[in-house]
Design a protein around this ligand. Structure first.
Ligand code: UTP
Length: 234
């Protein structure tokens, strides 16, 4: 069975803290569960940003603010686990070894952040490497990686395919600095490059996009892979 790691942005899973946002994902993930081994890394979204901002205003250092962010990602992860019920392992994995252990049950494994100075994109890339995933999917609020911020620049074009080196080049030149272009952090980019695991960046705001990509092989987004081959079903 193929193993797929999905980085699910907090702003995608819980754009607002309402149960119907989460149930849309529960429905799709439950349908995917029997078809492949699923690992979900949940982000912190707006709630994490609010906690981080308040911590900074109180004079906390960046590492402390990161720790608060991690707690929020884990809280979001717990909500998803609660929604998935029996389909998910009942605990949120707090490190990669736990994630591998939990996966032995055949259940969906859910985790949040791990350690300061990175984002859950990096966690998902390392997790993909750690479990030997066939595919890493970044379900974000943009339908792929663009040459510029599509919300600000009408001439921005979406890349259909990139090599990991091209991705790293885009990240390190700072062309992914703000808003919609901030698709991946640099640690994630480096791990994607060294692992050789294909990465698919797609719009996760509609969870059906995940189902269509994984089961039907159809998607709108950007594929990052060395071979420029489509890792999805035909
Ligand atoms: P996210 O991964 O959600 O950040 O982690 P993000 O990319 O800004 O947000 P969304 O969800 O995709 O919109 C939230 C914050 O938690 C801390 C960082 O401060 C991060 O900005 N964090 C998260 C860590 O320090 N380490 C981790 O492993 C994960």
């Amino acid at each position: 069975m193929k193993k797929i790691v999905i980085s699910l942005g907090g702003s995608v899973l819980v754009p607002s803290l309402e149960s119907n946002n989460i149930s849309r994902y529960v429905s799709v993930l439950s349908r995917l569960a029997g078809k492949c081994g699923i690992f979900i890394v949940v982000g912190g979204g707006g709630e994490a940003r609010r906690y981080i901002q308040v911590a900074r205003e109180l004079g906390a250092g960046e590492a402390t603010a990161d720790e608060l962010g991690i707690l929020v990602t884990r809280l979001n992860a717990r909500l998803l686990v609660a929604g998935l019920g029996d389909a998910a392992y009942p605990r949120v994995a707090e490190n990669y070894t736990e994630a591998r252990e939990f996966a032995q049950t055949g259940k969906i494994v859910v985790m949040g952040g791990i350690t300061p100075a990175q984002t859950t994109d990096a966690v998902s890339a390392v997790l993909a490497e750690s479990v030997g995933a066939d595919l890493l999917i970044n379900a974000t609020s943009v339908n792929g990686i663009y040459s510029a911020d599509p919300k600000k620049d009408a001439a921005a074009v979406r890349y259909e395919r990139l090599t990991p080196q091209e991705l790293l080049d885009i990240i390190t030149r700072g062309r992914m600095d703000a808003g919609a272009n901030n698709v991946l952090d640099i640690v994630a980019g480096k791990v994607v490059e060294r692992s050789g695991i294909p990465l698919l960046v797609l719009d996760g705001r509609d969870p059906e996009n995940l189902y269509r990509a994984i089961v039907e092989g159809t998607f709108v987004g950007t594929i990052v892979s060395e071979e420029h081959v489509n890792p999805l079903p035909a």
